[in-house]
Design a binder for this molecule. Sequence first.
Ligand code: GRG
Length: 330
Amino acid sequence: MKWLEAQFQRLPRDDGFPTNAPALPMANTSHPSPVPAFDLPCFLAEQTGAVNAALLRVLPKPSAKPATLHQAMHYSLFAGGKRMRPAVCLAAAAACGGSDADALPLACAVECIHTYSLIHDDLPAMDNDDFRRGKPTNHKVFGEGIAILAGDALLTQAFEIAAQAKGWPRYPHRDLMLELARAAGSLQLVAGQVADLEAEGKTVSVAQLRYIHERKTSALLCCSVRLGGMSANCTPAQLQALTDFGYHVGLAFQVIDDILDVTQNSAKLGKTAGKDVASQKATYPKLVGLEKSRRIAEQLTAKAFTALKIFRRRTVALEALAEFLLRRDY
Ligand code: GRG
């Protein structure tokens, strides 16, 4: 792992150089850096490669019967998503001294749940979208029935994959499954989607919008980070810190998503831009304007960085990911 080797060079040195990163390690800080900047593209390419290879190993082949269903599952899963949830899962495991091998089944599981949620979110009965990840949506290619079933199968697949993860003294296998089930369930991910649907065309308060974002976006991101820590048998204090980190990064992620919907074009996003306005969605830009939305995303990201302060090392990947998610333009 090239990215991890670079990170090891950041371990505490005898000269007392601070081990914790600054609050927001931007590219041009005045801090004399003892090592070259973290190579996030290299990290992402490496982790995405590992996640894709693992998914290909465990998923039934596209030719397995019923072939249309398995083709539909592969179609959306390998359509070119950013793989942010697996990335934060693996980065959290590294922050707690864990291994990619132990975190990988959980990283794959969260990506399956995420992809299922996108397929269902795009359906005519939901957001009714034609493009996702730069390609026609699943139901546009395979029809609504198969798209619904591909989503169902990916959700179930997630638990089959997670079942292969190793349990730990602090986090027996049952806890890992509970973590995943709760994040994807009717009180979190699905609750967020329900609230989102029900808010369409209505005036919602900032508190109501926060409720939606906590569930439809932050819950799965936070779960991904927590599962990474759990796969490394992290301490309770580390798990609390990862929870704070994941919660805030998850919220910032959705604020940025809302901003991009109005500031970027469809080609850049790989999905239909301007959809939130067209479907009268509740968003931060609509509620507080673009400038304030950006400030909110920055404040949320700053809180995520603060949460990492208890870690003495190996948080560079988590920090780089939080920074990337704040600055991304797609
Ligand atoms: C139960 C029928 C039924 C539907 C549930 C849970 C659900 C459908 C939808 C989840 C809601 C949702 C799509 C939230 C948005 C989260 C979000 C910002 C997704 C985009 O994530 P990216 O940018 O996407 O990481 P890529 O394509 O890069 O993976």
